[in-house]
Design a protein around this ligand. Structure first.
Ligand code: ARG
Length: 277
């Protein structure tokens, strides 16, 4: 059981982000996107900058990927690959509009000498894959149902040499795993059960009996789309209830405002990929 006074210890991380200079809601490929809603591009960059500075302020490293003018969703850097123990499993986007982002991520890793494995199967990187190094000896959780396809889970397992647990996403508002579930430390998660099939809910309850369970209000406020270093949890400022739950469990919530990129259907975690060497 988690006690109120539990002391959480942060672990230094290396992240990858991509500026929303060219961010726009130019097409609608998830239920949050509405091409008629105006986006304040200047504010988007300002908020994203504050997110980057927040991570730096917590002592983490942030690498930057150069944004490309014709790729308005490139700010969602989490989708470009999934990195575990120095091996990069590349992305292959479901929608044509985002397909070219994969090559930009691939070039980033290859230029720096990372071991890159190109995918044959459709998958959207950390959008649908999470890694828990201390859970069951090192476990990958993987979502399918909307974007990443089931065969990619097996492909990721072969690429990364870690067990991959498939979880079925059933609510289109939670079209990626990372809007429904997040690791809060190396061995534990927070998630919204309603985003998953009944069978997948049972799997999560079995694997993570001490998980923090979020409700629909937390989830719809993009609260689960968070980034944690094991102690500090950076999350969307709208998710105030979830912030309270995390605080009660000994974590330090760090709220950030991301009203503009949220119009693209993403928040904190979508903007951040973790480089695990
Ligand atoms: N507009 C983007 C899409 O629908 C948002 C991606 C959000 N990223 C994420 N990791 N959930 O593909």
């Amino acid at each position: 059981m988690v006690s109120v006074n539990q002391h959480r210890i942060p672990r230094k991380r290396t992240y990858l982000m991509c500026s929303p200079e060219h961010f726009a809601v130019a097409y609608a490929i998830n239920p949050w996107m509405d091409v008629t809603t105006p986006v304040d591009a200047e504010l988007a960059v300002k908020q994203w900058d504050r997110l980057r500075e927040t991570l730096l302020g917590l002592g983490h490293d942030v690498h930057l990927l150069a944004p490309e003018a014709d790729l308005p969703d490139m700010v969602f850097a989490a989708n470009g690959a999934f990195v575990v123990d120095g091996t990069v499993y590349g992305a292959r986007f479901k929608h044509e509009q985002r397909a070219a982002e994969a090559a930009a991520h691939r070039a980033f890793y290859e230029e720096r000498g990372w071991h890159f494995i190109a995918p044959n199967e459709t998958n959207e990187g950390e959008g649908d894959f999470a890694y828990l190094p201390d859970a069951h000896g090192g476990l990958v959780l993987a979502g399918h149902g909307f974007r990443t396809e089931l065969p990619a889970h097996a492909e990721a397992q072969e690429a990364l040499g870690r067990p991959v647990v498939s979880l079925h996403l059933v609510d289109p508002r939670f079209y990626h795993l990372d809007v429904a579930l997040a690791s809060i430390d190396d061995g534990n998660i927070v998630y919204y059960p309603g985003a998953f099939s009944a069978a997948s809910q049972r799997v999560l309850a079995q694997l993570f009996p001490d998980a923090i369970v979020a409700d629909d209000v937390d989830a719809l406020a993009f609260g689960l789309n968070l980034v944690s270093d094991g102690a500090n949890v950076v999350l969307n400022s709208e998710a105030s209830r979830l912030a309270g739950k995390l605080k009660a469990a000994g974590y330090t919530p760090v709220p950030v405002e991301l009203t503009e990129v949220r119009k693209g259907g993403g928040s904190v975690k979508c903007c951040i990929a973790e480089l695990r060497d």
